[in-house]
Design a protein around this ligand. Sequence first.
Ligand code: FCB
Length: 443
Amino acid sequence: MKISLPTTSPLTSKDFVYGVATSSFQIEGAAEKREISIWDTFCDTPGKIVDASNGLVACDHYHLWEQDINLIHDLGVDAYRFSICWPRIINNDKSVNRDGVDFYLKVLDKLNELGIKPFVTLYHWDLPQIHEDHGGWLNRETAYHFRDYVEVVVREFGDRVHSYATLNEPFCSAYLGYEVGIHAPGKADRMLGRKAAHHLLLAHGLAMQVLAKESPLTLNGIVLNFTPCYPLTDSPEDKLATQKADDYINQWYMKPIMDGSYPSLIEELPYEQRPDILDDDLAIINHPIDFLGINFYTRLKYRAKAGHLYEEIPPGDVEKTDIGWEVFPQALTDLLVSLNDTYDLPPLYITENGMAGDDHVESGQVKDQLRINYYQAHLEALNQAIQQGVKVDGYFAWSLMDNFEWAEGYLKRFGLVYVDFETQERTLKDSAHCYKEFITQRV
Ligand code: FCB
């Protein structure tokens, strides 16, 4: 029922940062007070969102922000990770939306007043539709528009912010959005994914330049998602295919940032699938970062397949969450240890970890023991990695509350807090009580 770790673990220290995370499109609503993003357009396209829902209201956090921040405070966390909605800050005519800026200023002021560290993500997928109309992340110019937007944010928010992450999970924006089409803007073309990825990485590098110059005291970095890859068998063919899968989905984003080069797999891709890389691009992308955020949920298995780089094997009869992702905490330890062996890492933060559950309120209670077990197992796995020498400074549960889970709509509940989307009533799940108890008992 509880979450607990040995008191000898650095994870039970007050110096370790615990938080909860959300993102703008998933919780804010108040769509009428901002410009349209690619996710609005995607939601309006029949068949794209499982329950045909959208982000027009979501958790109505735009109006309920004060109550939500008080809830975060009640959980006893040290930090709150949330994202800024680009089309709420910059109007289509390029002017600044004062109402949008003021909304985030109120949020930031309240967090600081309560002693909660604001971890701000500058881009969690809600690209202004106006940029998509000009090619979106396939257009190099979008990276420069992002830089201009970041300049505005930094100027407006100043030292109210504790940490800035440029992008959340560029893999999802590029691969899911432009290569397989299950996320906005819904383009499905193998030729497009790497090109979009390169412009996202360029946007990250350009934003890092702005942050380093205009906001040197905040903790500036990026959030990447990793899905560790395991071979189906020990055969050399399956191992090689697995390594290629890892390069394609994980290291493709990590290596340019850390080493200033793409994985050698790039040489194996047909020319038309490769990105257009200009002279200074990789040096810009390779800008030093103060921290790396890691989002971890699950692992995947692969095997060799003739004529393909690799073949992904769907999880079989194993423990899975409500969204179908295998529960495999060992992969978190393996991932962190292997990243530490491979790269010269900055301090790490686990910026997302959590699970979707089939949650229900019964007599005012949500009994989500599976989620408690998930957090327990993953904190243990994190502890293992730390014992093996990996430096991790913080951990954020995804998510503070149930919200719009992208293509799954409101059907997948990831929150520590249950949201009734009809009434907007929030109910702390059992996992929220356990997370709170664990955090507040630290010494
Ligand atoms: C991550 C996203 C986050 C949430 C979780 C479940 O990929 O960053 O917004 O949807 O998955």
